[in-house]
Design a protein around this ligand. Structure first.
Ligand code: ARG
Length: 597
């Protein structure tokens, strides 16, 4: 039984004995003792003063004395501060807790069973006309971490992605490639497929803007010029042919999308993310039309004179939302309805989480209402995991102007920087091979990037500073990784098995050791909190606090040179448990930890 439960049971019995009243569970409030006071667990005594008819301090004193008598093996002492009863828990209890943590490689994680709820998490969801950028990096890292956190909280998790593979944007790239590509392929040019397509998207835009400029120079109004430019008209014609299933257009589209997917896959692999099921808009948008027709028949939506279909959400405090254009073509929202339909056919979804930037807050507010109207049981409570923009110190990312921060470039730079920065440290390692040095650089560079992004509350806009992220001190991934590697190297020097035996349980712990064990125990709560709030940054901050506290401990106490063998055993196990929890915690964030660095 957990200490808290033992204490709570005892408190109830004691209050009843002393004051003759039964105590409902919710009156027993136990908290972690504030660091400025002695003790580890604090009982809030105020609720019992009504029963004792005594002052808070007197009541606390009475309960404290009885607790010590009743649970001598648990409560080793107490003090009273203004109606708070601070309890010191015996070393033995803490060592037992430590032993349990150390013996449970999945400490802090809830088991997933056949009856666990199914949570589907959609993340990434790129368009196929350009490579992934820094914004996608944040999305992918958050989506992956959230999936791990939800699973650690005992949910079945299905990671999904909706790829926007159709529409005018991809026609632009296709058209530009036809016009100026000379048959270039990823193989012929050595370019990654997503970059190759992105380049043609940029080329389209460049030529298109020139056309618009020319038309404006001839006296045409700018808005009209944007519609009338030959290139955009041609792209629209191509989209119509695509919708009509024109074999030639479809074949080109398929070929070029394959290039893009091969490129995305490389980036996903480098980021360490993956999906259980990928949906494509080209396969879901027609389903959306059907579903909208269904809603129309049921009277949820209405048709205007021009034939377009709308949802009136004014009663819900929103506006009217277009679902099908007058020519019958679908819009972004229609596609999302179709995707929802297919997903629900494929999986018994209990909860749906969409990881999408905060510029789409309104879209998901509307989607939730529409799905609910259309009878999706998870529609009403869908979670839009809405995150803010990431900027680099030199300004905002703008894809059109070519100053976009490319995901592949960023990854390569981080790994290179990690290699240069850790060269001194790593080169000092015995018999290090070039391959291992490279692997350490990858782990550290990616760890720096991931941690820097994930430690921030997802809702906030943030500034990503590569230099700051790769620092080996402070609240960074490399700092945590370094502490892990150091613990591992300590443990490697120890050839015997690291377990606790009889004598170790008799060791009297110092305050700092106890508080480190209590911190370790807190991992469970951090995982729970992260799941409840959909907030992976809880885990990042937990890892940082744990590692800081361990470093303090390591500074103050000797581990390898401790003469008292029982004490040494406890400290070794404590170190091993910290390493395990750090590895698991960072693992939830998708961050690897190196065995040495
Ligand atoms: N592809 C879209 C974009 O780049 C994001 C899709 C988000 N997911 C969704 N189910 N609507 O803006």
């Amino acid at each position: 039984m957990k200490i808290e439960c033992k204490i709570a049971d005892a408190v109830k019995a004691i209050v009843e004995e002393l004051y003759g009243s039964a105590v409902p569970d919710n009156l027993v409030q136990l908290q972690q003792t504030r660091p400025e006071f002695e003790g580890q667990i604090t009982l809030v005594v105020f609720p019992f003063t009504k029963m004792s008819h005594k002052a808070p301090d007197a009541t606390a004193q009475e309960i404290g004395e009885r607790l010590k008598e009743r649970l001598p093996e648990v409560v080793s002492g107490f003090n009273v501060v203004k109606g708070f009863l601070n309890l010191s828990i015996s070393s033995r209890q803490w060592i037992e807790i430590l032993n349990d943590i150390n013996g449970n490689p999945r400490f802090g994680f809830q088991p997933v069973t056949d009856d666990s709820p199914l949570v589907m998490i959609e993340y990434s969801s790129p368009n196929t006309n350009k490579p992934l950028h820094l914004g996608h990096v944040r999305n992918n890292l958050l989506g992956w971490a959230l999936a791990q956190v939800m699973e650690a909280n005992g949910n079945k998790v299905v990671k999904t992605n909706i790829v926007n593979d159709r529409g005018i944007h991809i026609c632009k790239s296709m058209l530009a490639w036809l016009k100026w590509g000379n048959g270039e392929t990823p193989e012929s040019s050595g370019k990654k497929g997503d970059h190759l397509i992105g380049d043609y998207y940029v080329a389209f835009d460049k030529h298109y803007r020139e056309e618009v400029k020319e038309l404006v120079a001839k006296g045409m109004d700018e808005e009209q010029a944007k519609q009338e430019a030959p290139l955009i008209k041609e792209a629209h014609e191509m989209l119509v042919r695509w919708e009509q299933n024109d074999p030639e257009v479809r074949a080109l589209w398929k070929r070029m999308n394959e290039w893009v997917y091969a490129g995305f896959d490389e980036t996903y692999k480098a980021l360490g993310v993956s999906f259980d099921k990928i949906y494509y808009e080209s396969e879901t948008y027609l389903e959306g039309k059907e579903k909208v027709e269904e809603g129309l028949a049921k009277g949820f939506f209405y048709r205007r004179e021009d034939g377009s279909v709308w949802a009136d959400l004014t009663k819900e405090g929103l506006d009217e939302k277009l679902l099908l254009r007058s020519d019958g073509t679908s819009v972004y929202m229609t596609q999302d309805i179709g995707t929802a339909k297919l997903r629900f056919q494929d999986y018994p979804i209990d909860k749906m989480i969409y990881v999408v930037g905060n510029e789409q807050n309104y879209h998901f507010q509307v989607l939730s209402i529409l799905l609910d109207k259309l009878g999706f049981k998870w529609g009403k409570d869908l979670v839009h995991f809405s995150y803010g923009m990431v900027e680099l110190p030199n300004g905002k990312m703008k894809s059109r102007e070519g100053t976009v921060v490319d995901a592949d470039d960023l990854i390569a730079t981080m790994i290179q920087d990690a290699k240069e920065l850790s060269a001194d440290k790593v080169n000092k390692l015995e018999d290090i091979t070039e391959a291992e040095a490279q692997e350490i650089a990858r782990i550290v560079g990616m760890g720096a990037l991931k941690y820097f992004i994930l430690k921030v509350d997802a809702r906030k806009n943030m500034l990503f500073n590569p230099e700051e992220s790769i620092d080996f001190n402070g609240n960074t991934g490399p700092f945590i990784q370094y502490t892990y590697a150091r613990i591992r190297s300590i443990l490697r020097k120890w050839s015997d098995e690291i377990t606790l035996d009889g004598k170790a349980f008799e060791v009297s712990l110092a305050e700092k050791e106890i508080s480190l064990i209590q911190r370790l125990q807190g991992f469970e709560a951090a995982v729970r909190q992260a799941g409840q709030d959909y907030n992976p940054s809880c885990i990042a901050n937990y890892c940082y606090e744990l590692v800081k506290e361990y470093n303090q401990f390591y500074h103050d106490f000797s581990v390898l040179h401790e003469e008292d063998k029982a004490k040494q055993q406890v400290r070794l196990v404590l170190s091993a448990a910290v390493a395990q929890v750090v590895k698991n915690g960072m693992g939830l964030l998708g961050i690897e930890v190196p065995e040495r660095m």
